[in-house]
Design a protein around this ligand. Structure first.
Ligand SMILES: [Zn+2]
Length: 257
């Protein structure tokens, strides 16, 4: 293999790796969270976020991905857990994973001593992003297919991969703005549901994603995905975005109230 083709293969590999809900998904999570903040928390968060609103800041961790000084953060967006195992039974990566980093960010936001990111604003932006990611079932993925990134499928005839369908295509297929989708999924939420979701732990959110991920592979041999796949999974995608928003608000309220 020539050096040039090695570079080319590496570029293709990088370009097929995705680490996050697409832009709309992260905005929905921030938008829903905003609706569930106490007024005290909302004021404090707003004062800390200088460059972006809570709705818009969730994509920051993707914006900086190409900057080499942040490359070590690529490991933060996901966790790999084999079928039939729990997170506690796995070796935890020293580079960090989405569970470790969320727990660390919450701790640092409480103590105001920042070691893994440079300041409080960055910590909030990273938290918005990663609580979202953790709720995408394929971000608690199988190492052997890189959370579905290695699973080639077609989406309405266009070549893509399973991970990307969950990050982006299922959401974009609805053709709603982030405020429209956020209002839709948040419309019937009850106080008891909010309390129940916010009571659970980061590790339980990961376990939920792990439990949900098997169903993401329900297309068997027919890899031409479209209306039927969307019909089967849109509800799950919407619940996961709503849960992520509600729980993010719970964390922020706990930190700033
Ligand atoms: Zn991500």
């Amino acid at each position: 293999m020539s050096l040039r083709s090695v570079f080319f293969a590496f570029f293709i590999f990088l370009s097929t790796l995705l680490w996050a809900w697409g832009p709309t998904g992260h905005r929905v999570v921030g938008y829903v969270a905003q609706k569930h903040l106490t007024s005290k928390t909302a004021k404090k968060v707003d004062a800390i976020l200088t460059s972006y609103s809570l709705e818009m800041c969730g994509n920051y961790l993707d914006f900086i991905r190409s900057d080499t000084q942040y490359r070590h953060m690529n490991a933060w967006h996901y966790v790999s857990i084999p079928d039939g195992k729990t997170y506690a039974e796995c070796d935890h990566k020293s580079a960090g994973d989405v569970i470790q980093i969320i727990e660390k960010l919450v701790q640092e936001l409480k103590t105001k001593e920042f070691s893994i990111v440079e300041n409080e604003e960055f910590a909030i932006m990273a938290l918005v992003h990663l609580v979202g990611d953790l709720h995408q079932p394929l971000h608690v993925g199988l190492e052997e297919d890189r959370g579905g990134n290695s699973v080639s499928v077609n989406w309405f005839g266009k070549k893509t991969n399973l991970h990307r369908i969950w990050d982006k295509e299922l959401i974009d297929h609805l053709q709603l703005s982030y405020t429209e989708l956020g209002n839709h999924i948040n419309r019937n939420i009850t106080k008891s549901q909010i309390a129940l979701w916010q009571r659970s732990t980061v590790r339980e959110w990961a376990q939920e994603s792990q439990n949900l991920r098997t169903a993401c592979y329900d297309f068997e041999k027919d890899t031409n995905l479209g209306y039927s796949y969307s019909f089967r999974h849109t509800q799950t995608m919407q619940i996961r975005l709503e849960q992520a928003g509600v729980r993010l608000a719970g964390l922020l309220n706990e930190i700033y109230n």
